[in-house]
Design a binder for this molecule. Structure first.
Ligand SMILES: *Cc1c(COP(=O)(O)O)cnc(C)c1O
Length: 217
């Protein structure tokens, strides 16, 4: 799908849901994609991208920003505490804040660098063993703890279980955000971004639908 096709589908979903057109931000997930494909999307005028690894992002975004100084990059994957310094230095937003030790490290690094990326707390709504994120029962407390640390928490993020209807998870995420006074909702990927927009996503993270399949070989 072309970038403009994705954008029109997002706008159609916003209209159908009675939302303002343009109220959903499209994060083009460029992880693993060849630089030529990323360069094409930048040349088309898109400026918001997502990466899931700190090191991989460091290998391309300082370079792209030499040409496109206004390019924004969000970290959408899990963050290890030993990468916090680099992450705070590079990213415009961090979507997977999910444990006290990470929250404390982020708060300390924001102080040290005077640079403050937007943050989203990942919620493991499916309560999957292998998945990052705070479980729903612990979410309210963890959100409060992060706000007490003065972290710039903008909202919540979810990756639903692959084999379940994502809308149930999007709705749960929205409910947790609402009761905690958070407005940002990072949810929806290539296969379900329209359903996420219908349920109020402020950020959809779309990779393969824009760039084509990722080649991990
Ligand atoms: C890779 C990734 C995406 C994009 O997935 P697609 O199915 O290619 O759209 C979205 N969110 C996260 C957290 C990812 O790691």
């Amino acid at each position: 799908m072309s970038l403009s096709e994705i954008t029109s589908r997002i706008h159609a979903a916003e209209t159908a849901a009675g939302r303002t057109i343009g109220s959903t931000q499209l994060i083009a997930v460029s992880k693993v994609q060849p630089n030529e494909r990323v360069a094409t999307v930048l040349a088309e005028g898109h400026r918001l991208f997502g990466e899931n690894k700190v090191q991989e992002a460091e290998g391309k975004w300082p370079m792209f920003r030499e040409t496109y100084a206004d390019a924004q990059v969000h970290l959408i994957g899990p963050l290890q505490t030993n990468k916090v310094k680099n992450a705070v230095a590079l990213f415009d937003a961090i979507h997977a804040v999910d444990r006290p030790k990470l929250a404390q490290k982020l708060a300390a690094e924001i102080q040290a660098q005077g640079r403050s990326p937007d943050m989203f707390i990942q919620v493991n709504t499916g309560e999957e063993e292998q998945k990052a994120g705070v479980i729903p029962a612990d979410a309210d407390q963890f959100i409060a703890d992060c706000l007490a640390l003065d972290l710039p928490i903008k909202g919540l993020m979810v990756i639903p279980p692959v084999d379940e209807e994502p809308s149930l998870h999007f709705a749960l995420l929205r409910k947790i955000a609402l009761r905690n006074g958070l407005t940002g909702l990072s949810m929806g990927m290539s296969s379900d971004f329209e359903r996420a927009v219908a349920l109020g996503a402020t950020h959809v993270r779309v990779g393969s639908a824009i760039f084509g399949e990722r080649d991990y070989s």
